[in-house]
Design a protein around this ligand. Structure first.
Ligand SMILES: Cc1ncc(C[n+]2csc(CCOP(=O)(O)OP(=O)(O)O)c2C)c(N)n1
Ligand SMILES: [Mg+2]
Length: 366
């Protein structure tokens, strides 16, 4: 087994972290040395810029919902580093198999933000990626996508393709039977698959300790015969190393890896939720200083690569870019009756009636 998996054995309660909450690299030379040479300070600065962009695009989606221009939205706030680290490690030829809280990684993998806005505005056409963007549509059905990633990864392995399928899912998804089936197949068939659980401590109002009695999610991998590692998901550097290592394993034919990104959902579950009803505000306060954005700011500031005015300039630039994206998303036309047309070959009578009623109402408005 590769180094980091034995070094950070989840059964021994070890969590992989290179950059701590204060933005300081590990003082243990063996751990600091795990940061690969290609991950230069310049690349970290560029990654911070991307994280800021995704954070702002995420906030814009929340604002669009609040002003009645979007149906619902699931925020990535707090999980930017987990998605950035993974996004940096995977390659365009890899297939991304997301859940629904993945605006960041989907964008990094080539899915335009306007597509995602379009999707959350209620237009399924937003799920259609541009040519050569290898991204499966968002999976709202919790956990269903993990098996897809195992199947896609198995296909890649059989065809001897040098690429991987990367599934994202939440801590709540690990209670679904699909997770255990996916893990079992991943252990037995050794597909080119990386299973990334963003453990953000909550599944709507269900806390992580109600989800499983295991001390970590990563340790579940051991029972299925594949490596598992718990990574500080708010440490972009450690996430990059873990996903890169998992990818290399898969390409060597060694099979799948489970990565638990230990992170926190700083916002509500979705725009339809109010976490204040079930979550102790003291817990949120505890996690605020661990914000992955703040951590990288501290790291970069210590290298004279981040200042408040630099941040302000970026924010002003991104605001304009994101406003233009919103304009674009709002101009995408769609046919409201589409929602009836792609599920059944022959519509059941009650849906046929609803479709006719909808079309009649639209007709009456014009
Ligand atoms: C099969 C299924 N059951 C229930 C739901 C309702 N639901 C939507 S999100 C969610 C919680 C998911 O939690 P987690 O997997 O931790 O992901 P997170 O939302 O925290 O990113 C639930 C129960 C669903 N969408 N699909
Ligand atoms: Mg969760």
């Amino acid at each position: 087994m590769s180094d980091i998996f034995s070094q950070f054995d989840p059964l021994q309660g070890k969590r992989f972290q290179i950059l701590d909450e204060n933005g300081v690299l590990s003082s243990d030379p063996a751990i600091a040395a795990l940061r690969p040479l290609e991950l230069t300070d310049e690349l970290i600065r560029q990654s911070y810029e991307k994280m800021l962009f995704m954070k702002m695009a995420d906030q814009k989606a929340n604002n669009l919902q609040r002003t009645g221009r979007m149906g619902t939205y699931a925020s990535i706030r707090g999980q930017e580093a987990a998605q950035m680290g993974a996004g940096l490690a995977i390659k365009p030829e890899d297939w991304l198999v997301p859940a629904f809280r993945e605006l960041g990684i989907m964008w990094l993998h080539g899915m335009p933000i306007e597509n995602m806005y379009t999707y959350w505005m209620g237009n399924e056409m937003g799920s259609l990626p541009p040519t050569n963007v290898n991204c499966i549509p968002i999976s709202i059905v919790v956990g269903s996508q993990m098996l897809h990633a195992v199947g896609i990864g198995l296909g890649m392995k059989k065809k001897k393709e040098q690429k991987v399928a990367v599934a994202f899912f939440g801590d709540g998804a690990t209670s679904e039977g699909d997770f255990h089936e996916a893990m079992n197949c991943a252990g037995v068939f050794k597909p080119n698959t990386i299973l990334i659980c963003q453990n953000n401590q909550w599944a709507i109002s269900v806390p992580r300790n109600y989800q499983t009695a295991s001390a970590t999610i990563a340790q579940k991998a051991i029972a299925y015969g594949l490596p598992g590692i718990q990574v500080d998901g708010n440490d972009m550097i450690a996430m990059y190393v873990a996903v890169k290592t998992a990818r290399e394993r898969a390409l060597r034919g060694e099979g799948a890896t489970l990565i638990e990104a230990y992170t926190y959902r700083l916002g509500d579950h979705t725009t339809s939720d109010d976490a204040k009803k079930y979550r102790d505000p003291a817990e949120v306060e505890l996690w605020k200083p661990r914000d992955p954005m703040i951590r990288l700011q501290k790291y970069l500031a210590a290298k004279n690569l981040w200042t408040q005015s630099y941040e302000d300039e970026l924010v002003a630039k991104y605001e304009k870019e994101i406003d233009a994206i919103v304009e674009k998303a709002q101009t995408i036309q769609y046919n409201p009756s589409d929602m009836f047309d792609y599920t059944y070959a022959v519509l059941p009578p009650q849906l046929q009636a609803q479709k006719e009623e909808l079309l009649a109402r639209i007709q009456a408005q014009v």
